[in-house]
Design a protein around this ligand. Structure first.
Ligand SMILES: Cc1cc2nc3c(=O)[nH]c(=O)nc-3n(C[C@H](O)[C@H](O)[C@H](O)COP(=O)(O)OP(=O)(O)OC[C@H]3O[C@@H](n4cnc5c(N)ncnc54)[C@H](O)[C@@H]3O)c2cc1C
Length: 471
């Protein structure tokens, strides 16, 4: 029997269920599904493909030690199904579950359904696929995190010419579309382990405080997010290494905050897994009545950092350049689009996602909805761009580096965006737009109907973890 190990976003050797179990008979083939259309779908982008390819390159190299390699199948899940049925009689498929956008989900579920009895779909990370119960979710998450790490695959004895592309031919084929992306993070398991080690041993000092600053967070956050997204390191492994460090660390409260976020990662993805419709509809459906029209021109200015608010524009330009920005700034960017500009999150969310190398639909869509006040279970929070500007970059040093045309400007005027002809005009009035947004959001929240539906949303999605853990 030939074991077919199909990879999508779990690009690592260690603690990889499909890879581990698929290799037990030592007669396996590793296949990566490259579907060009997927990379153009809702929120996906070339910077993410670049990171994913870095991970694949390392995985391909590592697999040589196991007498194996990554074979690239170009096409859809449907094409892969046909190819497998045509080329193999005696086979078994091993694939990890992955919570992703509709395009992927539809292809994935048709694929897995068509091989019933001949396929194992493994759980990945702390997600709970079957018999999911919100009340015992966090207990189960801890159990998953404490369970044994899976070993690397066994060597393969299979000698088979599949006629599929090898990684280097594939990499050559796509390289022309992946230019000008040198500033974004590099992928691969060795990068992930280096980041983890430097974070746990040094960089985590004052993580809790520094994470709010776009300047300090670059160094003081773990920067593991794209590695989790593309699976170049397993969350369980990170969790267990963290637990070993914890007793001897002098930064226990920082490490505790980091540990909570590992939980949040899975908690948020679970929401999209439970209710895939969240990709298009607000968690609290009544909130979809709030913003029914959109303005392409305004959205264009927002996503390109041309709003006339220097701090916001600097954040956007930084994100375009590096493919990452810290949580606080992501929240502010989103709050500005949804409250101040009053644009529907369904229009703005995919554009923002495309800029994130770490785009993880389950986290992104839940966070976008939280920062737009449409979940019904979180209190709406409108970030003030001028306050964040003054708090995070009091002397406007960072802003001036990104927007050199403001080199001579007084930092106070930069924070209040009162720069007359030194800078582009503001596209809205900050204060009145925030006030209008607050009134509109609270007007629907008051009704009994709203509260009733919010209670149902909590039962489905709310975190039952007491103290500090976010819903
Ligand atoms: C509008 C918006 C969109 C976001 N989109 C994404 C996204 O597409 N992908 C993504 O990974 N994160 C997203 N986040 C959450 C957060 O901003 C990033 O996880 C974090 O900035 C990544 O940097 P880091 O790995 O250095 O984080 P660290 O602070 O070092 O945290 C470690 C890990 O914990 C998880 N984590 C941290 N914060 C959160 C959070 N609030 N919710 C859920 N998990 C969290 C991530 O997996 C992260 O890698 C979004 C936040 C907002 C407000």
């Amino acid at each position: 029997m030939t074991d077919l190990i199909i990879l999508n976003r779990n690009l690592r050797l260690h603690d990889n269920p499909a890879m581990h179990f698929g290799s037990l008979r030592s007669n396996y083939l590793v296949i990566y599904l490259y579907d060009e259309t997927y990379w153009r779908e809702n929120g996906k982008s070339l910077r993410q493909l670049k990171f994913s390819n870095d991970c694949l390159a390392e995985l391909n190299n590592e697999l040589k030690k196991y007498d194996s390699k990554v074979n690239i199948f170009e096409g859809t899940f449907d094409d892969l199904k046909i190819w497998i049925k045509k080329n193999f009689n005696d086979f078994f498929i091993h694939i990890n579950h992955c919570t992703d956008i509709k395009y992927f989900r539809d292809g994935f579920s048709k694929f897995t359904d068509s091989f019933l009895g001949k396929i194992n779909v493994y759980n990945d990370f702390g997600l709970q696929l079957n018999n999911f119960d919100r009340d015992s979710w966090s207990r189960n998450w801890n159990k998953i995190m404490d369970s044994q790490i899976l070993e690397n695959p066994k060597k393969s004895k299979l000698k088979l010419d599949t006629k599929l592309l090898n990684f280097s031919s594939f990499s050559n084929k796509v390289k022309n579309s992946l230019v000008n992306l040198d500033n974004i993070q590099k992928g691969g398991s060795s990068q992930a382990h280096t980041l983890l080690e430097s974070f746990l041993s040094e960089r985590c000092k004052d993580y809790r405080v520094k994470m709010s600053s776009p300047i300090q967070s670059e160094q003081s956050c773990s920067r593991l997010s794209p590695h989790f997204t593309f699976g170049s390191i397993s969350i369980r492994e990170v969790y267990q290494i963290l637990n070993k460090y914890y007793p001897k660390s002098e930064n226990k409260s920082d490490l505790y905050s980091f540990k909570k976020r590992l939980y949040w990662h899975c908690h948020f993805i679970q929401k999209l897994h439970t209710e895939p419709e969240l990709e298009y509809y607000s968690m609290h459906r009544m909130c979809d009545q709030l913003r029914q029209t959109h303005d392409d021109e305004v959205i264009d200015k927002w996503i390109n950092g041309e709003t006339g608010f220097p701090f916001l524009d600097a954040c956007m330009k930084y994100l375009h350049r590096y493919g990452w920005i810290n949580f606080r700034m992501r929240a502010m960017i989103m709050s500005f689009a949804s409250y101040n500009l009053w644009q529907p999150w369904q229009k703005t969310s995919p554009l923002l996602a495309q800029l994130f190398t770490d785009y993880e639909p389950g986290i992104h869509i839940s966070q976008v909805q939280m920062q737009s006040g449409v979940t019904g279970i979180n209190l709406p929070r409108i970030y003030s761009v001028s306050k964040q500007s003054a708090d995070q970059d009091p002397n406007a040093i960072w802003i001036k580096k990104i927007l050199p045309q403001l080199r001579e400007a007084d930092p106070k005027l930069i924070h209040s965006s009162e720069l007359s002809d030194m800078y582009i005009p503001q596209i809205i009035d900050l204060k009145s737009s925030a006030r209008d947004a607050r009134e509109r959001v609270w007007s629907i929240r008051k009704s009994e109907e709203f509260k009733k539906e919010a209670a149902a949303v909590y039962i489905k999605h709310g975190s039952r973890k007491k103290r500090n853990f976010r819903s």
